[in-house]
Each structure stands twice: as structure tokens, then as C-alpha cells.
Design a protein around this ligand. Structure first.
Ligand SMILES: [Zn+2]
Length: 445
């Protein structure tokens, strides 16, 4: 029998909570994590009748900034809509979201997966409110409204991913990006970033092309689970196709959840179509007009993005791509590196500085760039005696200080300090302390 050829088709919906002071449509604090349940609420976020929502300007600006960073077109006219559905975590019976006029559309993001270039189109970036949080306690379900109304940005991609590793890299980059922009911590464990991949397969069998039914994987909260859930789902769909030959039907999308205990995806429900939500414009919030000057003003607030900075580090300082990737993991580390390079002037190579920051795991909150440069220069001077020369002196000191050697072997750790001191004295302080300690410990064994 001819072997079936297939290609996974994966799209993503990512929800990220924005780091604003107050919630999306009221003045309640949005900093709800770890707070006593139902203490950060008001008539608006409890959905009481007659309460009027007022949009959070900061959240709108942050969403536009993210849209711009994802190369989206920003809509000059945007609006909020009601997405109607009935669920206990949604007291109003609808969620304020955006339907046909999202803040950002038609973006793209280029990134690399194991040096292979990937390009993903962004369909839309829109703003909505988070729901309340439900927790289950035996037969009881408890609801905490502290999360209700927290600003939530949704990023929807086109189905451009072909593997779980591409999805994982994209999500990691997105997380790095929103942190870099200072608009979210996007901590997946705290639920600040959640993702829902939609997966199906293009299958070629006996020269004909088939598409397997669409499956949406709900609310996955770790990079590892995303990878596992997608990989499992690809296999499941392939087996199902081989067994039943079932193909995608228009408007039919099944929802499955990831079960970590069994390592499988589990059927949850047949998904409603967008029309089932009966979207209509939110009558209490006027449409948002965004002028060209507002957009250019927000654009000017976007600093050099992680990938651009990574490329510049390689180009300008000659450091490896691997190291540049680590240094651009967080903006404050990248800033620290460049400040140290400036501080060092011509006395130290940027490559050496990069190595030190990465390999010695410098605590950048404790050691200032000025201090780091000072220590580095001192260390460079202090490495005049090294290698076999240093080893000779260490052996000499050991044979002359038998008692200290015995003491050390009996467990007196300060004997080691004494021996280091002896070697330092003999080398007139011109040995690298770390190399010296390493050699001493090796020879003491
Ligand atoms: Zn409130």
C-alpha cells in the first residue's frame, strides 16, 4: 500500500493579559494574582444592571503598540462588540470584545526555528475583557470575579504553522516581545498567557488531497503542553483518517482539551460558529477613532525590538548568534550589556564582556556596568601567571604546607583559604583567583 503523505496545518489564538493598573472597563485594580477572592470588584465588572463601561485608554494604546510590533495595519476606526454567550464566569451574559473592526489586522512575524526561517501571518490583534475564574471543589464550583474585566489582548494567526516546534518558537518569541514592550509579564503559569491551537492535516492519498476535520485545542498553559498536545493531535488525526476517511466539513470545528495525566487530547464539544455568538456593537461605548499622528506617536515609543537588536549585536560587536540570543532574552540584559561595552571603551572586547555576563551569570541588579568593567580589568591583569606555571607554584606551596593539606583533608575548609593566600603571595597576586582555586582543589584530591 502507498504510504500516506501529510502536512500539519496549524493556526493559533493567543490570549495575553495586559499589565495595566486598572481593569478594562472600570477602575478596579487589574493586579489580581494572589489577592483574596472577590475583593477587586465593582458593579461594572460584576455585570450589575445599569453599570456603564468606560474603556481603559492605556490598554487600547498597549494593544496598538503590540499590533505595530507585529507589523499590523492599525484600523483608523475601531469599535467594541458584545459577544453573547451564557456561562457562569460571564455575569453579563456577554463579553465585550471586538468583532469586525479589531485594532490591528494583517500583520506578520518572521522568526527562526533551528536556523530555518519561518514567517507567520497575523490575521488580527484585538482587545477584550477577561472572564471571572472558576475553580472546582468536589461537587462545588467557586467563582472569583477579581479576574473579570482584566484587559485581554487576543492575537489570531493565519494557519501558517507546520509543526509544534514552530508554534513553540513563535509563542516564546511573542512572550519575549510583550515583556520587551513592557505590556505584559505573559507568565503562562499565572494564566497571563494562554493559547489555543487549531490543528488539521492536509493528506495526500493515492494522488488525491484531503483535509482532516478542524480541531481546536483549548486553553493550554505551558510551552511543553502545547508541543505535546499538537504532536498527539497530529497522530490522532492521521490514525482517524486512515481508519474512517473522515474529512473537514464547512463550519465544523471540534474542541478538545489536553489531559496531562493521560497524555492525550480529550473531546470537549462541537464548536459554535461565530454567528452563534450573535455579535452586535456595544451600545455603551462609542467607536474609537485613531489618527495617523496618534499611531506615529505610539510607533515612536517602540524601541528596537529583540530580533533587530540580536542582529545588530552580531553585526556590530561580532558576538555569536547564540550569545546574542541570550543577551536579548530580556531588554534589561541587552541594555546592561551595551552599557558595559560603552563603559569599557577600548579596554575590553565586547565578545569577552558577552562571555562574562553569560557564563558567570552576573547578577545585573547587584553589579553595575562600571563595577563589572573594573573587575574585568583587574582580572585581566591578574592572569599573568597561569597554566603550567601556576600549577608548579601550587605544587610547591602544597609540599611546603603539609599541615594545611592534612587539615583540609580532615574537613577544615579554612585551610583552603590559607593555601590560596600562600599561592597568591608567591605569585604577588598575579594569578587568576578562579583558576588558582580550581587547580588547588584538583591537586588536593
Ligand atoms: Zn470593577
Amino acid at each position: 500500500m502507498e504510504k500516506i503523505k501529510f502536512l500539519p496545518i496549524i493556526g493559533l489564538e493567543v490570549h495575553i493579559e495586559l499589565k495595566t493598573k486598572s481593569k478594562m472597563f472600570c477602575a478596579c485594580s487589574a493586579d489580581y494574582f494572589g489577592k483574596p477572592p472577590n475583593t477587586l470588584t465593582c458593579p461594572v465588572c460584576l455585570g450589575l444592571p445599569g453599570a456603564l463601561p468606560v474603556p481603559n485608554k492605556k490598554a487600547v494604546e498597549q494593544t496598538i503598540i503590540l499590533g505595530l510590533a507585529l507589523n499590523c495595519k492599525i484600523s483608523p476606526l475601531s469599535k467594541f462588540d458584545r459577544k453573547n454567550y451564557f456561562y457562569p464566569d460571564l455575569p453579563k451574559g456577554y463579553q465585550i470584545s471586538q468583532y469586525d473592526l479589531p485594532l490591528g489586522v494583517k500583520g506578520e512575524l518572521k522568526f527562526k526555528v533551528q536556523s530555518a526561517k519561518c514567517e507567520v501571518r497575523i490575521r488580527r490583534v484585538h482587545l477584550e475583557e477577561d472572564t471571572a475564574k472558576m475553580s472546582h471543589l468536589g461537587n462545588l464550583t467557586l467563582i472569583d470575579f477579581n479576574r473579570s474585566g482584566v484587559p485581554l489582548v487576543e492575537i489570531v494567526t493565519e494557519p501558517d504553522f507546520e509543526s509544534s516546534s514552530q508554534v513553540e518558537e513563535f509563542l516564546k518569541y511573542l512572550q519575549r516581545l510583550v515583556r520587551w514592550l513592557g505590556i505584559s509579564q505573559a507568565d503562562m503559569e499565572k494564566g497571563q498567557m494562554r493559547c489555543e491551537p487549531t490543528v488539521n492535516l492536509e493528506v495526500v492519498k493515492e494522488g488525491r488531497v484531503y483535509y482532516t476535520p478542524l480541531v481546536e485545542l483549548k486553553n493550554i498553559n505551558s510551552f511543553r503542553f502545547v508541543r505535546k498536545a499538537i504532536d498527539w493531535e497530529i497522530q490522532r488525526q492521521l490514525e482517524e483518517f486512515e481508519k474512517t476517511g473522515r474529512v473537514k466539513e464547512k463550519g465544523n470545528k471540534t474542541t478538545r482539551g489536553w489531559d496531562e495525566k493521560t497524555g492525550t487530547t480529550v473531546l470537549q464539544r462541537e464548536k459554535e460558529e461565530a454567528s452563534d455568538y450573535r455579535y452586535f456593537p456595544e451600545p455603551d461605548i462609542p467607536p474609537i477613532k485613531i489618527t495617523a499622528s496618534q499611531i506615529s506617536n505610539l510607533k515612536s515609543q517602540i524601541c528596537e525590538l529583540p530580533q533587530e537588536r540580536l542582529a545588530r549585536f552580531v553585526r556590530e560587536y561580532g558576538i555569536s548568534e547564540y550569545n546574542a540570543r541570550i543577551l536579548t532574552e530580556e531588554k534589561k540584559i541587552a541594555d546592561y550589556f551595551e552599557e558595559t561595552v560603552r563603559e569599557a571603551g577600548r579596554t575590553l572586547e565586547p565578545t569577552a564582556i558577552a562571555n562574562i555576563i553569560i557564563n558567570k551569570k552576573i547578577d545585573i541588579s547587584k553589579v553595575s556596568p562600571v563595577e563589572l568593567v573594573k573587575t574585568l580589568i583587574q582580572q585581566r591583569i591578574a592572569t599573568k601567571i597561569s597554566g603550567s606555571d601556576l600549577e608548579k607554584i601550587v605544587l610547591e606551596v602544597l609540599s611546603q604546607n603539609q599541615k594545611a593539606v592534612e587539615d583540609y583533608k580532615k574537613g577544615k575548609t579554612n585551610a583552603l583559604q590559607f593555601l590560596i593566600g600562600q599561592v597568591m603571595a608567591k605569585t604577588k597576586g598575579q594569578a587568576n583567583p578562579e583558576e588558582l582555586k580550581f587547580k588547588l582543589l584538583k591537586l588536593l584530591k
